[in-house]
Every structure is written in C-alpha cells, then in structure tokens.
Design a protein around this ligand. Structure first.
Ligand code: NAD
Length: 319
C-alpha cells in the first residue's frame, strides 16, 4: 500500500484529492492548520499543524516507513478579493509553508513531490490571443503577488528536485470549483460567489458583479482537477504543467449559466471591484499527452455545485 502525505487537507481541492487517493488504495495522512469545514476527511490520519513552522513540516513528513508521495496543496489563498487585499499575508505565509515543506520532504527521503501552482503565474492576456504554453510564463509578469509567490515556489521545487535528485511534479491549476469549496467570507472564487448570489436572489432579482463582466476565464470542475493531479503525479512529465478546462467563459456568461441551472431570471449590476486579468488562454497539450481531458463542461460542473451552495445558503438562513 502506497503512503501519501497531503497538505492543505482541510481545504477544498486536497479534501477531494484524499477521497481519490483512498479509492486508489493509498494510506493517507492529511495535514492542515484546520479540519475540513463541510465533511469529515477521508484521511487515515489527520494532523493539525501550522506548516509555516519548519518543525511542523518535519513532523508532517515523519513516518516510520516513510511516505512514497507528498501532495503539497497548503497555501494562504482565496479569490480575487482576497488576493488583492492580502498580498503580504499571501507572500509571507505561503512562502514559509513552501520553503519548509520541500526542505522537510527532501530530508526525510520522500521520492515524489507534487506542488500546486496556479495559472496566476502567467501575464495578463488579450481576448483572442493564441494559446500560451507552459514556456510562455517567461519573461515573467504575473498580475498579482499570489502569482509571483507561486512562481518562486515552482522554481524552488525545481531547484530542490535537480540538486537532490528527486521527482517533482508541478501543476498550474486554472480556477477550480465544486461542492465543498469556500462559498462566502471573502476568500470564495467567482463560481462559488455567483452561485451564492443567485441562490440568495429572488427570481427576477439583481446580483452585483465586480467589473464589466467581460473578463474571460476557464473553470475546472474539482473531479477533473483531482484526476489531473493524480495522473500528473504518476507520469513522467517534467516541469510545470497546465491543468484546465479548455472552455473559456466570460463572467457574464458564467452568471447566465448559473441562472439557467437555478432556473431563475437574474439581472446583473456591474460595480467596481478587483477583476484580475482580462483574459487567459492556455494550452493543455502537455497534460493531454498523458490522456487527461476535462470531462465536465462549465455547465456540468455548475449543475453539481449550485445545489450544494444553495443548500449552504438555506442552512445559513436558519442559523
Ligand atoms: P483552500 O484554501 O481551500 O485550501 C488551502 C488549505 O491550506 C486550507 O485548508 C488552509 O487551511 C491550508 N493552510 C493555509 N495556511 C496553512 C498553514 N499555515 N498551515 C497549514 N495549512 C495551511 O484552497 P484550494 O482551492 O483547495 O487550493 C489548493 C491549492 O491549489 C493551493 O495551493 C492553491 O493556491 C492552489 N490553486 C487553487 C486554485 C483554485 O481555483 N481553487 C487555482 C489555482 C491554484
């Protein structure tokens, strides 16, 4: 039985990843500063640890028989609102976590290490620009500090891999969404925020959306993302690899999809707010080479996510 450590196990993607690893018959230890918010972790063991501390990272990777794989997803992160208001926290906390975790992993003899990077490491793109491959990250010009910190952590993971001769896999995630993702409180991302606003609105009502709604993004359903992470970790793909749904939609189109799924007529009021880049258009050819493809369209994913967010909104009202 393979053994895996998953960091960020109290968070959205890692929580789903652990379910997948259990289906693949792994023994899993989860580590996070908090427990998952919405349902119990499937991890065999869960350690509450602040991974900004090097001694806690050493504790996380310590096992009598050693871990075969580390999936490192812990980070101080959130949607655009959070990214634009907490640049110092993001840069300090995530850098500390990333530095200490890879150092602890290498010194405990881990053979395979996964790092979750982000499409935020890329520069802003114009709508309709040709697809950008992974190499297009350089010369680097991320739009925000979260992206710069991820880029630094990518380079650190690659440097450790090279110097110590161990296998590093890096995924650059597009936006990920699904049930049990943060849906309120300021760290939520666009799909969850729009699902919440539509769930709270009356049929025929109006929701507020930051910016003019023209910004274009790709949204990847969490089961697809987890499948990509697992396949990438088992593969021979070197260097950072994009993982994302090839379907690009504007924020206005995303609102229409959510309204359709909710079966509501929704009007949009555009207000000032942090929007992020205008557009993204990335090549997924590298991850396609290991037979991964997104199975869920944006609408498929929203059909699975909206009812969950709606149930959270209703439960919240009863509190
Ligand atoms: P999340 O916020 O739900 O999960 C991150 C987890 O890290 C949280 O549970 C948090 O408690 C934990 N964490 C933060 N500080 C910690 C600390 N000091 N010690 C221990 N744990 C700590 O985020 P997510 O959406 O599941 O993202 C997982 C990873 O994927 C992150 O590295 C994120 O940057 C990356 N990513 C996510 C997306 C997305 O759309 N969700 C897109 C690109 C990249």
């Amino acid at each position: 039985m393979k053994k895996a450590l998953v960091t960020g196990a109290g968070g959205f993607i890692a929580h789903h990843l652990i379910k997948r690893l259990k289906r693949e018959n792994y023994w899993v230890r989860g580590a996070d500063i908090k427990q998952p918010e919405f349902s119990k972790s499937s991890a065999d063991e869960f350690k509450i640890l602040d991974l900004r501390e090097s001694s806690n990272c050493e504790q996380a990777v310590k096992h009598p028989n050693g871990f075969d794989e580390v999936y490192h997803l812990a980070a101080d992160m959130g949607g655009m609102g959070f990214i634009h208001s907490a640049a110092c926290d993001i840069m300090r906390n995530s850098a500390l976590i990333n530095i200490h975790m890879i150092n602890a992993a290498i010194h405990s003899g881990i053979k395979r290490y996964f790092f979750s990077s982000s499409a935020c490491i890329y520069r802003d793109m114009k709508i309709g620009e040709p697809e950008m491959t992974e190499e297009g990250a350089y010369p680097a010009m991320p739009d925000n500090e979260y992206g710069w910190e991820k880029l630094y952590a990518e380079r650190m993971a690659l440097a450790y891999g090279k110097q110590y001769g161990f296998t590093v896999r890096i995924a650059r995630f597009q936006n990920c969404f699904g049930p049990e993702g943060t849906w309120k409180g300021g760290r939520e991302k666009a799909p969850a925020a729009i699902c919440r606003k539509v769930a709270e609105a009356e049929d025929g009502g109006t929701i507020e959306v930051w910016g003019d709604g023209a910004a274009v993004r790709s949204y990847t359903y969490v089961d697809d993302m987890v499948d990509g992470i697992f396949r990438l970790m088992q593969s021979n793909l070197e260097g950072p690899t994009n993982i994302g749904n090839p379907e690009y939609v504007s924020v206005n189109e995303l609102v229409s999809i959510v309204a359709k799924v909710a079966n509501k007529k929704i009007k949009v009021k555009h207000i000032d707010g942090p929007v992020g880049v205008e557009s993204r258009n990335f090549s997924n050819n590298k991850i396609y080479s290991i037979c991964w493809k997104a199975k869920f369209s944006t609408e498929d994913g929203i059909r699975l996510t909206y009812p969950w967010v709606e149930s959270q909104v209703k439960a919240d009202k009863l509190k």
